[in-house]
Design a protein around this ligand. Structure first.
Ligand SMILES: [Mg+2]
Length: 231
């Protein structure tokens, strides 16, 4: 098992290692607690499949076209996360809810997620801070049965009209929970949204990266279970 703890420059030494003051663990959802396969199926299978049927083209052609459209917007834009926007943009008649239900069998907790959450529950206030639209968040939690472990479940885009790329998101999250940034730990699989941005605010952040944990200039863990070692 490998994990790396790096103090960032320009921050007072010591505060990073004082887990005694930590009260809240904030988790990203997709790719962190829930397997990213589900979102991938909805966005890169369900929508192109509907598009191919509606416009009489092959799935592969539809996928290429749709991915180019996604990329033209990018994950730094709130529209990226709004499935209603995309269904409307592509003039598809299917309801978002129906599309999300179709792939519900792909909703799966990440390895060790249930065990790690149960271990941390009771010692910390647990929250979810996801960029995904609330409709995704609720569907995923309903199928994994862990919703009851969290005191706050926030969709950045639906609930705050923000993306985790803004420090303002994490500032508001801390305020809503009633803690300082120094009392929060955040963990997630996006290097910028889940590590760099919250770190800037003084939140002890861990990037989950199963592939390159040893080459990153970030506080990195290779999986959820490593959290139990670093906290
Ligand atoms: Mg993620």
């Amino acid at each position: 098992m490998f994990f790396e703890v790096q103090a960032l420059p320009e921050k007072p030494a010591g505060i990073w290692y004082n887990s005694a003051m930590k009260k809240v663990i904030s988790f990203d959802l997709d790719g962190t607690l829930v397997d990213a396969r589900y979102g991938d199926m909805v966005w890169n299978h369900g929508i192109p499949d509907e598009y191919a049927k509606a416009y009489g083209m092959t799935f592969d052609d539809a996928l290429k076209l749709i991915r180019a459209q996604y990329e033209s917007v990018g994950d730094g834009d709130i529209l990226w996360y709004e499935i209603e926007h995309w269904l409307k943009r592509f003039s598809l008649e299917i309801e978002a809810n129906e599309l999300l239900d179709r792939y519900a069998s792909y909703i799966r907790l990440m390895p060790d997620a249930a065990e790690v959450l149960r271990e941390l529950y009771g010692r910390y206030t647990l929250v979810i801070a996801s960029n995904a639209a609330r409709i995704f968040v609720e569907k995923e939690l309903a199928h994994t049965g862990v919703a009851g472990l969290f005191t706050h479940i926030v969709s950045a885009t639906t609930d705050y009209g923000m993306i985790k790329k803004e420090e303002g998101f994490f500032r508001r999250l801390c305020a809503d929970i009633g803690v300082t940034s120094g009392e929060m730990v955040h963990v997630g699989d996006h290097p910028v949204f889940d590590h760099d941005v919250p770190s800037e605010l003084g939140i002890e952040s861990y990037h989950i990266n199963g592939h390159d944990a040893d080459v990153e200039e970030r506080r990195t863990i290779s999986g959820l279970k490593d959290l139990l070692e670093v906290l």
